[in-house]
Design a binder for this molecule. Sequence first.
Ligand code: ZN
Length: 326
Amino acid sequence: MFINYREIPVELLYYNALSARSELSRNEKYQMKILKKGFEGECLYDKIFEETGHSNVYIFRDVYLKVGNTVTQYDSIVITDNKVTVNEIKNFHGDYHYTKDDWYRNGTSLEDDAFAQLRRAKGKLMKLSKNSSVKFEVDAALIFINDDFRLTSENDGIWDKVIVRSHLRSYLHSLNNSQKGDKAKKIANIINNNKVNNIYFNEKADINRLRLGIYCGECKSFKQVKRRFHFTCSNCGTTETNETHFLRALSDHKFLFYNQPITKKSILYLINNQLTKSTLARFMNAHCNIEKRGRSSTHTFKYYDFNDALKTTAGRRYKNTIVKFE
Ligand SMILES: [Zn+2]
């Protein structure tokens, strides 16, 4: 049983918004590609878990846990009465070699040791068990989700921590071949109580490089013709409501300037005044949480991201007419 949704990671939403509003550098393009590939791998893991069944386990997806003074990210934590299993999902493709704590791809050594990362993640959960009233075993495995992945190593000690795609279904079956009773629930509660936000993300976009205005959700063109309740894209013909454009801009603002205050002024600036002040005020009341602080007030986006927000506005009077962009 999945306990939480797997949201698109903050880092990837930052690059999505940045790439819509500016030209990415080579390094930014590379980072975005890596993040996208990683997220696709995680979604594929979820899909396969969905197919093999997970009714006898609790699963946390993409969570940050604070144990002691450190915060650790987990791709997936599977909980049963008997044990907690950490799954780190790697969307590597090609031929890899592992020797003496180092990873090589086509003869080039890689910066990160996935086994060390897995060990640290496992260690933190063991510490959590030690510090709490409910004791639990912790197991851990690297999931290589891509079927175009091969690993060679002389180190025989690694193979019980390696799950390749062709073995994934039977592995997930075996995880689910268990029980989730009172103890599993207690463990899930302990883990839930240690959940924190991603503290590692600290990118902030340079406002001067951003293209201001509103853009098409389908083809990303900024050439928009204003109607009364809609904008129509001159490039592809898609029509989206004022509210949809507002929500996209608010989501962009959230991830481009993470943890920065959202104000009417900063949104109007980002959309280049393409909505009137009164329309904007109405939308902000509907879609932001407002916290008064003396004479000023701060706004926070009510939803995780644009897609999350769109779900709540489905069924409104004014609809989007999306022209599929091939
Ligand atoms: Zn368009």
